[in-house]
Design a protein around this ligand. Structure first.
Ligand code: TYD
Length: 135
């Protein structure tokens, strides 16, 4: 898997004078939704992520605020800025990712393909690089 497999997906936006509405469902993102979680109350200067997933597909949205997502495949690195609730970043499995540069009050919404499983993580960067170099 390489960083060029990541892509920004524009989500439907139902504009309304009472407030806009955006939704995510199965045919908008390239995997079946298995879990949703979100990061919030993120102190300035924090970095999240810092791992890769073996099989998990992920879709990240700045549902409030803004932050950056850096993805790496062992050779190349790419940075995406998320700053609208109607754009999200699709990250396939086997990419190292870190999230940083959070604007105060940001909420990072993660829609992913499976239940939480610690065995699905690479948490050690050298181990991850060693593994991808053999693939
Ligand atoms: P982690 O995935 O490392 O967070 P992030 O990538 O956002 O920085 O998870 C942080 C901790 O939370 C870790 O101890 C595992 C736990 N956790 C769960 O119990 N369930 C979940 O769905 C997630 C995403 C994390």
């Amino acid at each position: 898997m390489n960083v060029n497999s990541c892509r920004i997906i524009e989500l439907p936006k139902i504009t309304d004078s009472r407030g806009n509405l955006t939704f995510v469902e199965g045919d908008i993102i390239p995997f079946d939704i298995g879990r949703v979680y979100y990061l919030y109350d993120i102190p300035a200067g924090s970095e999240r992520g810092g791992h890769a997933h073996k099989a998990l597909h992920q879709f990240l949205v700045a549902s409030s605020g803004a932050f950056k997502v850096h993805v790496e495949d062992g050779k190349n690195r790419k940075t995406f800025s998320l700053d609208r609730p109607y754009f999200g970043l699709y990250i396939p499995p086997m990419l190292w990712r870190t999230l940083d540069d959070f604007v105060t009050g940001s909420v990072a919404l993660a829609i992913v393909s499976a239940r939480y499983d610690e065995d699905d993580y690479f948490r050690d960067y050298s181990e991850y690089c060693r593994y991808v170099s053999t693939q």
